[in-house]
Design a protein around this ligand. Structure first.
Ligand SMILES: [Zn+2]
Length: 406
């Protein structure tokens, strides 16, 4: 089907792997809401500027340029990291986080700036149209109201061994999750990967290794990206999360993956602090970005010394109330045993009780977001009509019934 979308306003990416120029999704407010095409001409003057305004958040452009890539001070740390025992490393990281200047923006654990921007644009749009209400294509398929995606990064052989136990718990509560593996950090038992895949779990690439090299310089990226892509292709890994969530959106957007999850909505505690403020997927050139939206177990346990469950549930309920995407990032290395595994089990139990939530694998959430981007909504005789591939799964909702709109 023909796609009337053009490349994103804020990022000018090189052609992705495979050579051919591809059509990219857009992050403007009209495309986010997926309003009726009948409204497009009247709203056209506001659509282009809305993409630039949204991408100020989504691509962390509110940060100075130097803070939108891995900090140079990390180089020294990665040189000695191997030599520091793990427990001491957590203590040093915790001290560093507490000593660091707290970002005033984005707030943590909840930042609503982008939600307010989407709402505000819609309110002004309705005013411009002289409309009190209207229709849009719901954010999630099959009449669901919000989305839950469970992901893990597996940092060590110990974490790898614990996958089975965590997977069993997830199955017990009716979930499947995704596991991201660093592909050159420790030996991977691909037989175990195949067994979990056969049960419906998904695997992604967590870079090659936690050595801080991938985005350190264009030279490092040029050397390592092809190795990473080759290994990922050999093992059928379509999703990426950068080690330590170090990130450079321009570089990530050129990687031969279908989706990425290296960004948070807000995470001031990572080595590269920041956040997209987004509780929904968005377009990162030809990739779909799936920001993690619940605080990491590692952050809460080792850096902040807080009990994870209350923070997780407070945030999860807030996201669900807005119809957004609850995307967890836990590590079986830290959360796959004892009291923390019990906390994770309780999280699964409570997420499992959320009504109308779509339980999706990252590949499903990303695939849906692409599909939704291609759908078209039109009003015929006052009734909404959605066309395009996947239209049967989509639902037209009145804006007045959409919690994010009010
Ligand atoms: Zn990691």
């Amino acid at each position: 089907m023909a796609l009337s979308l053009s490349p994103t306003a804020g990022i000018d990416m090189p052609a992705p792997h495979g050579g051919q120029a591809q059509v990219h999704g857009r992050n403007d407010a009209f495309s986010f809401w997926k309003l009726s095409e009948d409204w497009r001409p009247a709203l056209a003057p506001t659509i282009g500027p809305s993409a630039a305004a949204a991408e100020r958040f989504l691509l962390e452009q509110y940060l100075p340029d130097v803070e939108r890539r891995p900090p140079s001070a990390l180089r020294a740390y990665y040189c000695v990291k191997r030599l520091i025992p793990r427990a001491l490393r957590h203590r040093l990281n915790s001290a560093a986080v507490h000593a660091r200047r707290r970002l005033e923006f984005p707030r943590w654990p909840c930042e609503s700036a982008l939600v307010e921007f989407w709402r505000d644009w819609l309110r002004r749009g309705l005013e411009l149209l002289g409309a009190k209400d209207g229709w849009h294509i719901g954010f999630w398929p099959d009449h669901t109201k919000c989305c839950i995606v469970l992901t893990h990064d597996v940092e060590s052989p110990r974490g790898f061994e614990r996958m089975e136990q965590v997977a069993e718990l997830e199955e017990q509560y009716g979930f499947r999750s995704a596991w991201n593996l660093p592909l050159a950090q420790y030996p991977i038992d691909w037989g175990q990967v195949a067994r979990l895949r056969a049960r419906g779990f998904e695997f992604g690439a967590h870079g090659l290794s936690h050595d801080g090299r991938l985005f350190r310089s264009p030279r490092d990226f040029a050397e390592l990206a092809p190795v990473l892509e080759q290994l990922a292709a050999e093992h059928g890994l379509r999703g990426f999360r950068s080690p330590s969530t170090l990130r450079d959106p321009r570089a990530i957007a050129t990687l031969a993956f279908d989706f990425d999850s290296s960004f948070a909505d807000t995470d001031p505690y990572e080595p590269q602090p920041g956040g997209t403020c987004s509780l929904f997927p968005f377009h990162l050139s030809r990739l779909i970005e799936l920001p993690y939206t619940l605080p990491q177990d590692h952050t809460l346990i080792h850096l902040l010394h807080r009990s994870p469950l209350p923070v997780w549930m407070m945030k999860a309920k807030w996201i669900a109330s807005l119809g957004g995407m609850i995307l967890t990032l836990t590590h079986p290395d830290y959360c796959g045993d004892g009291v923390y595994l019990a906390a994770y089990e309780e999280l699964l139990k409570r997420l499992g009780e959320m009504e109308g939530a779509w339980r999706a694998l990252p590949s499903e959430a990303a695939g849906w977001w692409w599909q939704r981007a291609r759908l078209r909504l039109q009003i015929d005789n006052g009734q909404p009509h959605i066309t395009g591939l996947g239209a049967a799964r989509a639902i037209a909702l009145r804006l007045s019934e959409q919690p994010l709109a009010s």
